[in-house]
Design a protein around this ligand. Structure first.
Ligand code: ADP
Length: 488
């Protein structure tokens, strides 16, 4: 099958979260299955810097051409290179006015938020490039709100173009809470016929909602874990689109994200001071000692080291942790935190550190090397998320013998089996359901107690380290979804 990925992020070239990870890895796994995959992304300043840093000069595939659409016109140049460490073609859509900014999702220099226009431009530039380059995909795979209008364009006349005559579409929701909502007046930018300004199209409560369009018009819709696929069909986590998702559940599938098992391998990871495997965990103990040293904390026997590696935002649920963290430390645990985000959480963790200098260390910032060291050296990873479409951290932790302590939501339900005292044969971590801090505390207490039960702990570590989180498994599921889209 010929598959076109249209995405706002590709790791490691330019990424802010899970969307980038998926679009950097899944195309390669699909190519391994024998598909012809091409990927389109915007040529952000961050992308240009990444290629410069790596000595890569993308070639010009399409010289500057004018993309004329709706009530606007803008110039696009298309560059071509390959996805890092693969021969999957990666096309870069260049327009410095839209994409050369300090951050990937920064506003225009004058402070105006042109988010809808810049991604409608991106979508239409992809269409132009396909026509010029003769790319005729069987499957157009769009991701999140940025490229959600592509399935709508397929419905609204794009199939008249030679390149898209038989194209089917798949739309993946990475986070339902970012829908690309714009004011009604912005509808003109989309260039859609007025019949799409309707509740059964992209209009939603008087506003433009690209994500709604993607969900309605794609032949198949996926999201990043089976449990999140269920949760978004109910009002609590449905972000106003639960009714639509419920009515279209026949074409909605949850496919768990994979992880890059080569980059994240405790047996070979150069960022882990002492490598280890499930059978030989000595290296993990040494890694923990080094981590404690780096944190300025003393190694204490029978004392579990808890860790947080995360964006510090409401979604991640640290409002449940901060009220009970002092008590967890008093139970006999230590804590390291690596993260950045809202000042409210940064300050709260800093206060915990000041009050408990012997048992807590907080690093504010983003540090990939330190993150690897923490997954390698910690005993427990805390993820009390309020919602979590898939979550990658818990998978990295499991692979590194670090037991996740999670709130049972979204992809955390699909990836962590909480220990209940009787299921050591298959449990991989600890869990709680409510949004009450005391329930997090109870799960933490259970974890601290069981840390002293060396045999149980080792079994749980072993269970987690044996799970296959590779992309190959997910790619086979996407393959089946593409086939379903082809016959719909
Ligand atoms: P989300 O995409 O919602 O932030 P995920 O769990 O899907 O959550 O992915 C988070 C990714 O970002 C993981 O790879 C995690 O290790 C990494 N990460 C988050 N915060 C930091 C940080 N402060 N330093 C280094 N890596 C981080």
């Amino acid at each position: 099958m010929r598959i076109l990925f249209a995405t706002a992020e590709v790791a490691p070239v330019a990424k802010t979260g899970g969307l980038g990870d998926v679009c950097g890895s899944l195309p390669k796994a699909l190519a391994k299955l024998g598909h012809e995959v091409v990927v389109f992304m915007p040529y952000y300043r961050q992308a240009r810097e990444w290629f410069e840093d790596h000595g890569i000069v993308p070639e010009v595939a399409v010289p500057p051409t004018q993309v004329m659409w709706a009530n606007w016109s803008a110039e696009a140049t298309i560059l071509r290179t390959t996805l890092p460490e693969s021969d999957v073609p990666l096309y870069l859509v260049v327009n410095d006015h839209f994409f050369d900014r300090q951050q990937i999702y920064a506003l225009r220099e004058d402070g105006f938020d042109d988010f809808l226009l810049r991604y409608v431009f991106f979508c239409r530039a992809i269409v132009n490039a396909c026509d010029i380059l003769g790319i005729a995909p069987d499957i157009l795979h769009a991701h999140d709100w940025h490229t959600a209008l592509l399935p709508v364009y397929l419905d609204s006349g794009l199939r008249g173009n030679d390149s898209f005559r038989t194209t089917r579409s798949v739309y993946t929701i990475h986070n339902l809470n970012y829908q690309g909502i714009a004011a009604a007046a912005a509808f003109a930018i989309t260039g859609l016929h007025s019949r799409y300004w309707a509740p059964d199209a992209v209009e939603h409560w008087g506003q433009v909602n690209p994500m709604k369009g993607g969900i309605l018009f794609a032949d198949q819709v996926t999201t990043v874990s089976p449990n999140y696929a269920r949760e978004i069909q109910a009002p609590v986590l449905g972000a106003g689109l639960d009714g639509i998702l419920r009515s279209l559940s026949f074409k909605l599938t949850g496919v768990l994200n994979g992880i890059d098992v080569e980059q994240w391998d405790p047996a070979t990871d150069p960022l882990v001071p002492s490598n280890f495997t499930a059978g030989r965990l000595n290296g993990k103990n040494l890694t923990k000692r080094k981590l404690l040293k780096e944190a300025g904390l003393r190694h204490r026997a029978k004392t579990p080291l808890m860790a947080v590696v995360s964006r510090l935002v409401d979604q991640k649920g640290f409002q449940l942790l901060t009220p009970v963290v002092d008590r967890l430390l008093r139970l006999g645990a230590q804590l390291v935190v690596l993260g950045s985000g809202d000042a409210q959480f940064e300050d709260a963790f800093k206060a915990v550190e000041s009050a408990n200098p012997e048992s807590c260390r907080v690093w504010i910032g983003f540090d990939d090397a330190l993150a690897h060291h923490i997954y390698g050296g910690a005993d427990l990873l805390l993820m009390p998320s309020i919602y979590e479409p898939c979550g990658l951290n818990q998978m990295y932790a499991l692979r590194y013998g670090t037991l996740p302590l999670v709130r049972m939501t979204g992809g955390l339900v699909d990836t962590v089996t909480p220990f209940d005292g009787t299921n050591a044969d298959r449990a991989t971590g600890f869990g709680f359901r409510s949004t009450l801090p005391q329930d997090l505390f109870a799960a933490g207490w259970l974890a601290v107690l069981n840390y002293r039960e060396t045999k149980v702990w080792k079994t749980l570590q072993h269970n987690g380290m044996s799970i296959d989180f590779s992309w190959d498994r997910s790619a086979r599921e996407y393959d089946a979804i593409y086939r379903r889209a082809m016959i719909s």
